[in-house]
Design a protein around this ligand. Sequence first.
Ligand code: ADP
Ligand code: AMP
Length: 217
Amino acid sequence: MIIILLGPPGAGKGTQAERLVEHKGLAYIATGDILRKAVKNKTQLGRKAREYMDQGLLVPDDLVVSIVRERLLEPDAASGALLDGFPRTVSQAESLDGMLEAGKTKIDLVFSLEVEENELIERLTGRRVCRDCGATYHMKFKPPKVRNVCDQCGGELYQRDDDSLETVTERLSVYKKQTEPLIKYYKAKGLLVAIDGNAEIDQVSQQMRAELDKLQQ
Ligand code: ADP
Ligand code: AMP
């Protein structure tokens, strides 16, 4: 089973992915997380990616496509994967189609998480992430029990460099130009399911689970 989470930055993809992966036992592939790890470890990939990420721009397609190609070959992805933040361009989507065809598998469903722009800005600028386990919080909408401390592992919470207001504005504009066309791309293939992402976290999860359950009927 291959599920894609499409949506602007801050729509709640990572938040929902955490729950869906548990529910369905899928491998979780978030290109943003993989790239941030590479930046942190100062690998060759990380050094190349950083200059784009800091500016809120997309990392070049060839780099991201090869990350996903390798990741999909890992054993935990054999029974299915949830893709978060990939594809982000039509060219990436076409590469993914090729990869899946070669592996004799296909996309089952593409969720499009729809959230209003003002809400996205508030979500992104208030987002906090655990340095150790990567769990995501929000200062107002999903605060940790203890200020700046992760509920799950006790790690320190930090604000991503690209969650500053200036970079958020750029990322939303990049989304509109380069990623939004994917909505049409997947609609034309009959794979798109639009979800109202403005609702509360639990309500959004319920809508998504109901759609996934329909798939297996
Ligand atoms: P994405 O992965 O799409 O960039 P995240 O899942 O990291 O988005 O969510 C962005 C921020 O918004 C996080 O701080 C998260 O806690 C918060 N958030 C996610 N979903 C909701 C929601 N439905 N209502 C309010 N806040 C939310
Ligand atoms: P995210 O964690 O999904 O918000 O991604 C953070 C940043 O990583 C983005 O702003 C891009 O610079 C980069 N990135 C993540 N996924 C991709 C992708 N599929 N294509 C290009 N760049 C990406």
